[in-house]
Design a protein around this ligand. Structure first.
Ligand code: HEM
Ligand code: HEM
Length: 192
């Protein structure tokens, strides 16, 4: 983990990418839920699935940009006074979320490749990295769905933790991922 001790909050490009990823993830999940609820064979169902895939590929593109930027720009150190176990837990959670942002789209993408179905991306057709293989396609789809379902729990836990920090503990955790000039309820710790 590359920390930049002088930072009080995440660098602006990382903040933008974090919230843009959240917006895309809401779209990715909402579209697949909507797809499941629509009648089989309907045009809207096909459209919902195609946009699930397109936005999922966009999530992957953003994480590919975000990780090198994170390494280059650095991230703020743990808030002073944070117990070590809590910082470790938060870090593990963050890396699990990065794992989700990489694994879910990759598995979805490869499952379509193995099925021999084109992968859409804003009207373009993405290249295939696997040849058709029905059995593999079925397995990749199942793992993709399991990872996607696990994502609800990871994201739910992560968002709940951020809100508990903000409204319960009233520390500056949420402010580190925002642009607002408002100070956290308790004075920010010195990082001398
Ligand atoms: C962050 C990215 C993604 C997440 C979190 C995600 C999550 C999910 C979830 C939760 C499901 C439904 C599971 C269920 O109904 O039990 C699903 C289904 C599916 N996803 Fe994704 N997905 C992502 C990206 C992608 C991408 C990039 C592709 C392909 C390019 C893709 C292709 C599919 C397919 C083919 C299905 C099965 C739809 C069906 O039932 O026919 N997904 N995904
Ligand atoms: C309402 C939803 C969300 C809230 C309130 C939220 C809030 C936050 C906050 C406050 C941080 C900084 C934590 C710290 O400084 O220790 C953070 C970091 C992070 N969030 Fe979220 N988040 C949300 C949704 C998401 C989603 C959907 C994802 C991706 C699936 C995500 C992935 C991450 C990752 C990977 C980090 C670590 C950043 C790094 O150190 O590089 N977040 N989030």
């Amino acid at each position: 983990m590359r920390t930049a001790p002088s930072l009080a909050r995440y660098p602006a490009p990382l903040i933008a990418l974090h919230w843009l990823t959240l917006a895309l993830m809401i779209g990715v999940y909402a579209l697949i839920q909507w797809h499941d609820a629509l009648p089989k064979g309907s045009e809207l169902r096909t459209l919902a699935k195609a946009w699930h895939e397109t936005l999922g590929v966009a999530v992957f593109a953003l994480v590919l940009l975000r990780l090198p930027l994170r390494w280059w720009l650095g991230v703020p150190p743990a808030l002073a006074g944070t117990p070590r176990w809590q910082h470790r837990l938060a870090s593990s959670m963050h890396w699990a979320l990065y794992g989700l942002l990489i694994a879910a789209p990759l598995l979805g993408y490869l499952s379509l490749n193995a099925k021999g179905t084109p992968v859409p991306f804003f009207g373009l057709q993405m290249p295939a990295f696997l040849g058709p293989d029905r059995a593999l396609a079925g397995n990749l789809k199942e793992i993709h769905e399991a990872v996607g379902t696990l994502g609800y729990w990871l994201i739910g836990g992560h968002a709940a933790a951020a809100l508990v920090h903000h409204y319960g503990m009233r520390d500056g955790t949420l402010a580190r991922m925002g642009w607002a000039r408002t100070q956290p309820a308790s004075p920010p710790p010195s990082r001398a």
